[in-house]
Design a protein around this ligand. Structure first.
Ligand SMILES: [Fe+2]
Ligand SMILES: [Fe+2]
Length: 267
């Protein structure tokens, strides 16, 4: 699931993300997207039954990634779940005096608790060769400056540190593949974390890169740094933003491809 849909495919889109990883040892779903209607429709279109999934990893709490969780658990109550311990925290968007709750939806909190998710700040091996990144604890790179993402601390508001943000790391034939949810920890911070924790930089990056709120200088810096990493093949979608996608494509040409709902890539 993505904000955009591949032309001529039967898939539906919405602001949200879900990516299914099919490996020799099973199927792992990263995130659920925002709504049960779209998730169930797209699973059906992909001829994937919820009971055929081996695990679900939540990249972070935001409801455009967790909104369809209850629908999935109704159909597969034993589904093993993986996330970061900070997933429970209430999260808000505060813009121009308007406050919106954007963390786990109310109808998701109880089913998630009942499903006893495996919560860990360390990387967890979900299936052979499929790992959660663990917490991106070192963030030397400037973050995207998402001042509107906030949490409550007592009576006051504070910037959301997005500690719960994790990605997936896949050990593939030609190296590591990084699959991101929203990448609130920052794309470069996440790539560096993978290099440090898994011993190599990713040869490909798929998913939401959160470059949508990056300014021109930050985008240029990101492109320069990625160039030094190869650059990896990039399949950015969701919160990448059209301007960032265009800048990446201009810099790296055929190394960059869109990844709308209905896309399949083999690594
Ligand atoms: Fe997010
Ligand atoms: Fe998102």
């Amino acid at each position: 699931m993505d904000n955009t849909v591949g032309f001529g495919t039967p898939f539906w889109g919405e602001h949200g993300l879900a990516i299914m990883i099919e490996s020799p040892s099973g199927r792992v779903l990263l995130d659920t997207g925002a709504s049960r209607e779209v998730l169930l429709h797209n699973l059906d279109a992909a001829e994937v039954t919820p009971s055929s999934l081996s695990a679900l990893v939540l990249s972070h709490a935001h409801r455009d990634h967790t909104g369809a969780l209850a629908a999935l658990l109704e159909r597969q109550p034993d589904l093993p779940l993986y996330a970061h311990p900070d997933i429970w925290r209430e999260r808000y968007s505060r813009r121009g005096g308007r406050v919106r709750a954007i963390g786990l939806p109310e109808d998701v909190v109880e089913p998630l608790r009942a499903a006893a998710p495996r919560l860990d700040v360390q990387p967890q091996e979900v299936l052979p060769g499929i790992w959660t990144s663990g917490e991106i604890s070192e963030r030397p790179e400037r973050d995207a400056g998402d001042a509107h993402l906030q949490v409550r601390e007592g009576d006051t508001w504070a910037p959301d540190p997005c500690r719960d943000d994790m990605s997936l790391v896949l050990e593939c034939a030609h190296g590591l593949v990084l699959v991101c949810g929203c990448c609130h920890a920052g794309l470069l911070n996440t790539v560096r974390h993978v290099e440090k924790t898994f011993g190599a930089t990713p040869t490909a990056v798929v998913g939401g890169t959160h470059l949508i709120s990056a300014g021109e200088n930050q985008l240029r810096h990101t492109i320069d740094a990625l160039r030094e990493y190869g650059p990896p093949a990039l399949y950015p979608n969701h919160c990448t933003g059209q301007a960032a996608f265009a800048a990446l494509a201009a810099a790296f040409g055929a190394r960059v491809a869109p990844f709308p709902a209905g896309t399949t890539s083999e690594f």
